[in-house]
Design a protein around this ligand. Structure first.
Ligand SMILES: Cc1cc2nc3c(=O)[nH]c(=O)nc-3n(C[C@H](O)[C@H](O)[C@H](O)COP(=O)(O)OP(=O)(O)OC[C@H]3O[C@@H](n4cnc5c(N)ncnc54)[C@H](O)[C@@H]3O)c2cc1C
Length: 558
């Protein structure tokens, strides 16, 4: 069953949730981008999803060979300017809202998550170099990165330094001419090596001589695979991982400086690496949330098509009757509506967050802070939704979901990485209660809740808003461990509340007598009754404190 990108839905969310006409005067271009992206994703990228999964990648000491078809599809990505949508105009981008670029990325994620990872990480690098790079870096690298001719990577992780990024050991020593020699090894580097492009621009975190310990001593370097003089830099892909999913996305162990040192240049000041990297990571975190949305959309479409076509004669637990498609069973209906509602909720939350960043770029500092508050919600809840919906998609297929040929299983295998990378969802929850809850003296978070309260009508949603406020007060006054113990359930409550608010707004705006509007109203009704009420139950976990979790040693749980 081929993917149909949800153009009407995306347009509706951009209008009613993002209010995109306040961000660009050119609404014609919005339609052109949505339709063109859908055509490209459906026609060129999705047909490669299966071959990417089944054939995968080939590693050799000379590099990584992508599956058949990927090179051509990527060439068309570059030629079509799909990476330039929301990149800055001065770097050859189109300067359109990030929220519109998000719709493009959602389509690519839905079509082929492994393929979409290459442009996704490149976008984060564009932000980091744009915000922290030197004039020369912006002149010499940004235009080719923006066009996609030179995709970029993000090199943080080392065996001993994952969530604990401050423990990284890769070293950078000055060459005396403004460049640095980088030596060390990085693991799990997405698209660290491939044959889609003539050059790859690595953004590498490393430690300079005498740097302070921990994250304060980290610096960010631009390390190209091919140096400006055309020679190959001293770096290589030592191996690639064999993974549960995203088989066509090369996850590389990168060796820097086997022959003395890879040449790199500082991005931003020495020891300013975490700041620069956070610019990149914040963008990437929203984009990873979007991966959840894309997978959820694709999984839902596939499950609905299967449920409509699978005919059975008996109705379990009820009177037998004539053959019916399984979509008529109330429990299958429950799964399909839940999948659709979670997908639409995660999309609304994610696009809304991108829209806040857009408003921030146009000078609204309150919107920037709201974007900061929303980022962990989008990343963690969006990716949880991706996994839950993909898992329900398998369930709808019954046994056929567990065998590979329907494609339902691939969605779950592919989706499962998203709660892990780009700061695990546990780290997102810690970020929410550790930094975001207190941002601007708490005003950023409280302002969001006040705006939600001013608009919501559903009783379960109002009750959830009450519960979120009570839990927020408890967590603000709690000891650190108690706060962290409640962080994950609290994050889910906040995300469901925000998504429910935005779905309700859409349900109210969907007045037409069309199937599309009917779905909007049904989804709002379901989400703000069932999902909002479930989230209310999370308050117990949010407020229980750490003692409940530490009453037995971990060994006893084995
Ligand atoms: C397919 C794939 C692609 C990747 N791509 C990249 C990439 O392009 N660039 C890159 O730099 N890295 C990449 N990574 C690495 C990824 O970001 C890390 O795996 C991730 O940050 C987790 O680090 P870790 O694996 O060391 O797990 P750990 O940090 O050991 O975490 C293990 C568990 O402990 C929890 N935990 C650890 N510390 C805390 C804490 N302080 N609070 C609460 N919970 C905590 C985690 O949430 C997790 O559940 C990729 C990984 C994979 C698998």
């Amino acid at each position: 069953m081929p993917l149909r990108c949800p153009v009407e839905e995306q347009r509706f969310v951009l209008e009613h949730v993002v209010r995109i006409s306040e961000l660009t005067n050119d609404t014609d271009i919005v339609d052109a981008v949505l339709e063109g992206a859908a055509q490209y994703a459906e026609g060129e990228v999705e047909p490669l999803n299966r071959v990417g999964d089944t054939v995968g990648l080939k590693w050799s000491p000379d590099g990584v060979t992508m599956p058949d078809g990927f090179r051509e599809a990527y060439r068309h990505f570059v030629e079509g300017g799909w990476g330039t949508i929301s990149a800055p105009e001065e770097a050859g981008g189109q300067g359109l809202p990030l929220a519109l670029g998000a719709a493009v990325m959602e389509d690519l994620n839905a079509a082929n998550l492994a393929f979409a990872l290459c442009p996704m990480l490149t976008m984060g690098a564009i932000e980091a170099i744009g915000a922290h790079g030197s004039d020369e870096q912006k002149r010499d690298y940004l235009p080719k990165i923006v066009s996609g001719e030179w995709p970029a990577t993000m090199n943080l992780t080392e065996p001993q330094a994952g969530s604990d990024v401050g423990a990284l050991r890769t070293r950078a020593v000055p060459n005396g001419d403004g460049s640095w020699k980088i030596t060390g090894s990085k693991i799990y580097i997405t698209y660290g090596e491939h044959d889609l492009a003539e050059n790859i621009i690595h953004l590498v975190l490393a430690r300079t001589p005498d740097a302070p310990v921990g994250t304060r001593g980290i610096s960010l370097f631009l390390v190209p695979k091919i140096l400006p003089d055309g020679s190959k830099n001293d770096l290589r892909c030592a191996s690639i991982e064999h993974k549960l999913g995203i088989h066509a996305s090369p996850t590389c162990t990168m060796a820097y400086g086997d022959e003395g040192g890879a040449i790199g240049w500082l991005i931003g000041p020495e020891h300013g690496g975490m700041r620069a990297m956070f610019t990149m990571m914040n963008n990437a975190r929203l984009n990873v949330g979007l991966q959840g949305v894309g997978i959820a959309e694709a999984a839902t479409q596939r499950a609905v098509a299967y449920a409509l076509g699978r005919v059975q004669s008996a109705r379990a637990g009820g009177p037998s009757r004539d053959p019916v498609a399984i979509e008529e069973h109330p429990d299958v209906r429950r799964m399909l509506l839940r999948m659709r509602a979670l997908t639409m909720g995660a999309r609304a939350l994610t696009y809304y967050a991108f829209g806040q960043i857009d408003r921030g770029h146009r000078g609204d500092s309150m919107a920037t802070m709201r974007g900061d508050v929303l980022t962990p919600l989008v990343k963690a809840w969006g990716t949880d939704v991706g996994c839950e919906v993909a898992s329900l998609g398998i369930q709808v297929h019954g046994g056929m979901g567990y065998v590979e040929e329907t494609g339902a299983a691939q969605y779950l295998r592919d989706a499962r990485i998203a709660p892990i990378y780009e700061g695990t969802n546990g780290i997102q929850a810690a970020d929410l209660v550790g930094r975001k809850l207190g941002l601007d003296g708490g005003l950023a978070f409280d302002g969001l809740i006040a705006d939600i309260r001013a608009e919501i009508e559903a009783p379960a949603l109002s009750a959830l808003a009450d519960a979120v406020e009570i839990a927020a007060t408890t967590l603000r006054n709690a000891e650190t461990d108690d706060r962290l113990a409640g962080s994950y359930p609290f994050l889910t409550m906040c995300a469901v509340l925000t998504a429910g608010w935005l779905l309700e707004r859409q349900g109210r705006a969907a007045l037409a007598d069309t199937p599309f509007a009917a779905v909007k109203r049904a989804v709002s009704g379901y989400f703000n009754t069932v999902v909002a009420t479930e989230a209310l139950g999370l308050a117990a976990g949010a407020e229980a404190g750490a003692d409940l979790l530490y009453s037995v040693p971990a060994e006893a749980l084995a």
